[in-house]
Design a protein around this ligand. Structure first.
Ligand code: GLU
Length: 375
């Protein structure tokens, strides 16, 4: 029996490695992509939201530009990515379109997932796309990412995306069907490990380095991705996507390795908010807001009485009850100056006060935590 059960996931990030999409001549394999689209349609029919992180831009683009990837320097790779990304995105649009699935291209750099202000922007866009029933097709923005700041491989990017959107599943599809004690191509006695709880440094050492010609990630980047995702409450599955309809095959029992999540995505996010952030200011709220927050709502400007501190959008702020007690904290959707302008405002007054439309919440419900005694 397969340990991958698609029905267990509500929001799944699927990472597609270059080697699956691009054939030996550097051409995009539309048949394979069509099979993936059918798998995605099936997942969506079962109420699972899907995001795809797809590699392949550099592999396609280097063929188009006649660049030899083995000798390529960073500008060659960036030019290849620019030329290849157009084709990659249009292949997804065309193929998924045949099944009435709308796709959207999202290009990210590490700072979009790590800088909290940009993190809020990326999360907002991806969240809205999912609400619109779209499948985001994400890649690294290779054309602007320089050597020092690149992810370089999409395994870790996919894990960051999973963390960003609070996915409960991350499926890394590549040319290998799971985690082994050694590289199975070089060691016939390498043992496949189907289920993993907790990743040890020994496992990282076992993972070795990259070996695929077309993609850039090896087992090591997959394990690092699993580390990021499982800490964020997201299970990670390493599986082969070599055959068509990879998810269907997994459902039928194809071999894979599952790294179990540590808790849920919501619990991991709350723990991070509660524990590891430096607070830069505070929002004093009224009784109505305290009640709404307890019911799980976002904090609206109308419920904010006063604003203290000098904080920027994305900084952590304390939520203070009318009696002065600190009841929680969250990531500010507005910097202090703007927060002051709209404190106490109804949503329809925000535009007038700010001079632009703005956002409707002061703290988003996914980015705030109430301390246990108040939750
Ligand atoms: N972003 C690169 C591309 O689209 C791929 C990185 C990877 O192979 O993981 O070509």
């Amino acid at each position: 029996m397969s340990s991958f059960n698609a029905a267990a996931y509500h929001r799944l990030v699927i990472k597609v490695g270059s080697a699956l999409l691009i054939d030996e001549h550097g051409a995009l394999d539309t048949n394979w992509l069509h099979g993936l689209a059918e798998d995605v349609a099936q997942l969506r029919a079962n109420n699972c939201e899907v995001l795809i992180v797809s590699s392949g831009a550099i592999a396609i683009g280097s063929r188009v530009l006649g660049i030899n990837r083995r000798k390529a320097r960073l500008p060659d790779l960036q030019a290849s990515a620019a030329a290849g990304q157009v084709q990659l995105a249009s292949a997804y649009r065309e193929v998924f379109g045949t099944l009435d699935i709308t796709t959207a291209q999202v290009l990210l750099t590490p700072s979009d997932t790590e800088d909290r202000r940009r993190f809020l922007n990326a999360r907002g866009t991806l969240g809205r796309l999912l609400e619109c029933g779209v499948v985001p097709v994400i890649n690294e923005n290779d054309t602007v990412a320089t050597e020092e700041i690149r992810y370089g491989d999409n395994d870790r990017l996919a894990a960051r995306v999973a963390q960003l959107v609070m996915a409960d599943g991350l499926l890394l599809l590549s040319d290998i069907d799971g985690f082994y004690t050694a590289d199975p191509l070089q060691h016939s006695d390498a043992k496949h490990i189907p289920e993993i709880r907790g990743i040890s440094s020994e496992m990282l050492a076992m993972a070795g380095a990259a070996r695929s010609d077309v993609g850039s990630g090896g087992m090591q980047t997959k394990i690092q991705a699993a580390q990021i995702a499982t800490h964020a409450g997201c299970a990670t599955i390493i599986a082969s996507g070599k055959l068509t309809r990879p998810l269907q095959r997994l459902g039928e029992g194809a071999r894979c390795s599952v790294f179990f999540a540590e808790g849920s995505p919501a619990a991991a996010r709350k723990q991070w908010l509660a524990g590891s952030l430096k607070v830069a200011g505070s929002l004093r709220v009224d009784e109505g807001a305290v009640l709404a927050l307890r019911k799980g709502s976002s904090l609206l400007p109308v419920g904010v009485r006063s604003v203290k501190g000098d904080f920027q959008r994305g900084d952590a702020v304390t939520i203070t009850a009318p009696d002065g007690r600190e009841i929680g904290r969250g990531l500010a959707e507005y910097g202090a100056n703007e927060a002051q302008l709209i404190a106490g405002c109804h949503s329809d007054q925000i535009e007038e006060r700010l001079g632009y439309r703005g956002r409707s919440v002061m703290l988003h419900r996914d980015e705030l935590v109430l301390f246990d005694t108040y939750a």
